[in-house]
Design a protein around this ligand. Structure first.
Ligand code: FAD
Length: 458
């Protein structure tokens, strides 16, 4: 299924975070007419730190005030700069810049994204302060999509407008709608419960007995940050033994199996039989896929996955007029998003071809049956990890992109392996030299210099 080569379409991009900016750049390069809708008044998405937290710290009240970013104040990247560079726009240390670290703070990532948006002329494409409230296919034959957005008029009034596009790319992020742990007694437990989405700094846990649920990257960071202040820290983990942190290095940390029950008197009971009298339960339990604006009978969004999507991007029966960029996790995400964005743009301009609808559908069904056969739930649909290298190579081939030499040396699995070597100590050096591969630096920097020479941008 190939479109006419060189055709220019009117395309809406929803969100101006990393995925939206990359998508806007690739679409623009291919000559499409792009409008980016962004509800915030700046680019950056997740990397736009806000000290504000939601009115419901657990994030279950549908009428709560929603804060987009889940960053905490101290957050530093968990990848080296090379792992967050774009193919022709590396994330370099700026001479005399404020943050010279290889694993910089979140402010530095925001500066990188702002520079990227400016250098590629993307700011002019963005309608800031426009929250998309409806995306709907109104004419199937001519693939006309209505995008309705609202802007704030005054403190209490909003104005909405509709615009028609030929294609829509959804890039609204996957780390805003909290997913919380289920256990009996959760809703009547009297202490403070919050999701890591509303965590900003550890002072609120001073002298408290804290139960922290989870063992992902956020749980890992927060255990290290909360432990010095809390009276006791009890971590509930689904797979006991799977944790980078060694409890023996922390004199107030205990690891348990999951919560069995929370009692009205404040006690929390774990499945291993232990009981603590806790003050706070902190859910570091991830996020749900969430597209309240998408009016479609074709695409299912149940929080755990989005589908059916061919290669995580195109719903077969709506391709290529609707696409998603940035749904994956457990991968070097910036690289995956860049290649997905490039693929979408090239498919729309007829330079990359999609298989037939039937072939796309059977590819999705194959993925679902693989998940089922290996006993993994749909929650794992967009998790890459072991399939990352193959998927990235495949995406690059679709968009005729040459990846830097030895790019596979930085993948989710290699980074995790190296982190587990260097971070099991209580005060590890996040600038572990093991993560630095000169080959990667050289190939990225030289392709950047070549790019600047050719395009005069930088
Ligand atoms: P986002 O950055 O969330 O951007 C989505 C944008 O869409 C936002 O600007 C939002 O305002 C806008 N939007 C949403 N809904 C609407 C709407 N209805 N209308 C208009 N606009 C809308 N990745 C790494 O590579 N390295 C790290 O170290 C790292 N650390 C992380 C730490 C935390 C705590 C979290 C939560 C994530 C981390 N990530 C990290 C993953 C990170 O989220 C991705 O790297 C990336 O920023 C996601 O980009 P995105 O554009 O998909 O989504």
């Amino acid at each position: 299924m190939a479109l006419k080569m060189g055709q220019s379409y009117k395309v809406a991009v929803i969100g101006a975070g990393t995925a939206g900016l990359l998508t806007a750049r690739e679409l623009q390069r291919e000559g499409h007419r792009v409008t980016v809708f962004e509800k915030a008044d700046k680019v950056g998405g997740t990397w736009l730190y806000s000290s504000q937290v939601e009115s419901d710290p657990l994030g279950v009240d549908p009428n709560r005030l929603v804060v987009h970013s889940s960053l905490y104040r101290s957050l530093r990247t968990n990848l080296p700069r090379q792992g967050m560079s774009f193919l022709d726009y590396p994330f370099l240390k700026k001479e005399g810049g404020d943050d010279q670290r290889n694993f910089p703070g979140h402010e530095e990532v925001l500066r990188f994204l702002e520079g990227f948006a400016r250098d590629f002329g993307l700011m002019e494409l963005i309608q800031f302060g426009h929250e998309v409230i409806r995306v709907e296919l109104v004419d199937e034959v001519n693939h006309e999509w209505v995008v309705e957005s609202k802007t704030r008029e005054t403190d209490s009034t909003w104005e909405s407008k509709e615009e028609v596009f030929e294609a829509v790319v959804i890039c609204n992020g996957i780390n805003t709608e909290p997913k919380i742990a289920e256990f009996p007694g959760r809703d009547t437990w009297p202490g403070l419960q919050m999701h890591s989405h509303s965590y900003r700094f550890p002072q609120v846990f001073e002298n408290k007995i804290v139960v922290l649920i989870g063992s992902g990257p956020t749980a890992f960071d927060l255990v290290r940050e909360i432990s010095p202040l809390a009276k006791q820290l009890h971590q509930a983990i689904r797979t006991p033994g799977f944790m980078l942190i060694k409890p023996e290095n922390y004199d107030n940390l205990w690891q348990h199996s999951m919560i069995a029950c929370a009692h009205k008197d404040g006690k929390v009971e774990f499945q291993d039989g232990s009981v603590v009298d806790a003050d706070v339960i902190l859910h570091c339990t991830g996020y749900k896929y969430h597209y309240p604006f998408l009016k479609s009978d074709v695409v299912t969004v149940d929080g755990e996955y989005v589908g059916p999507l061919y290669k995580h991007v195109f719903p077969p029966s709506l391709a290529p007029w609707l696409s998603f960029v940035g749904l994956n996790y457990r991968a070097i995400l910036f690289r995956v998003m860049e290649l997905q964005a490039r693929w979408v743009a090239k498919v729309l301009s007829g330079k990359a071809e999609l298989p037939s609808q039937e072939e796309m559908t059977s590819s999705v069904e194959k993925l679902y049956s693989e998940l089922e056969m290996t006993g993994r739930s749909k929650h794992h649909t967009h998790r890459l990890q072991n399939g990352e290298v193959e998927y990235v190579s495949w995406l690059a081939a679709q968009s005729d992109t040459r990846l830097p030499r030895r790019w596979e040396e930085i993948s989710f699995n290699t980074v995790v392996k190296q982190r587990s070597v260097s971070l099991t100590e209580k005060n590890p050096s996040p600038d572990s030299p093991i993560l630095y591969r000169t080959s990667w630096v050289f190939t990225t920097v030289s392709s950047y210099k070549f790019y600047i020479k050719r395009n005069g941008t930088g």
